[in-house]
Unconditional design. Structure first.
Length: 186
């Protein structure tokens, strides 16, 4: 079983991306242990804060480093990545020489009500994560369109074809982690 640090790019209580992440957790429960990384108390990036790093920053870096892999579930704001995710990426990449993202297997996924899902946000984020040294899964790309009733209140995917598609994505992510990741013993 792979320990996966999950970053959801929205703080909204009824976030469709949080519901989507919870549905993925439910689908992958036999393969993954999801750790939803807390981002709400993370301060905006400020290099001056490294003199006495805030506890949420140290927790974020520890969550990334303890994980076998990282899954970023991002909405798309104004045709780009959410400020919440950009901020988390910045904190995880610093201070110089202590990039927590380096070598970490990762995947991007997201959902929206629109037909192109979160394609633009993922594209923007992909360029950042690659330069930071994550081992980013390239295929399959998932730009998921949420429709009413597709994920129920118990985080079950209600459509069998969609469930099979998402299960296939999770199988590929599982294989990716197994192929490129380093298993933590313990």
């Amino acid at each position: 079983m792979h320990n996966v640090a999950v970053f959801v790019g929205s703080l909204r209580a009824e976030s469709i991306n949080r519901k989507f992440a919870k549905a993925l957790e439910r689908l992958g429960k036999d393969r993954f242990a999801f750790n939803f990384v807390q981002l709400a108390d993370l301060p905006m990036y400020n290099d001056d804060l490294w003199q006495s790093p805030p506890a949420p920053v140290l927790r974020l870096k520890a969550d990334i480093e303890a994980a076998d892999a990282v899954l970023i579930v991002t909405p798309e704001y104004n045709r780009g990545t959410t400020p919440l995710i950009v901020n988390a990426v910045a904190w995880g990449s610093r201070p110089k020489g202590k990039n927590s993202w380096a070598g970490k297997p990762a995947s991007l996924i997201g959902t929206s009500g629109g037909g192109i899902g979160t394609a633009v946000a993922q594209s923007e984020l992909r360029s950042q994560l690659v330069i930071l040294g994550t081992v980013l899964m390239g295929q399959p790309e998932v730009y998921f369109q949420t429709k009413p009733g597709l994920i129920d209140d118990n985080h079950e995917v209600t459509d069998e074809k969609t469930r099979a598609f998402l299960d296939g994505y999770l199988s590929k992510f599982d294989a990716w982690i197994g192929r490129v990741g380093v298993k933590v013993q313990g």
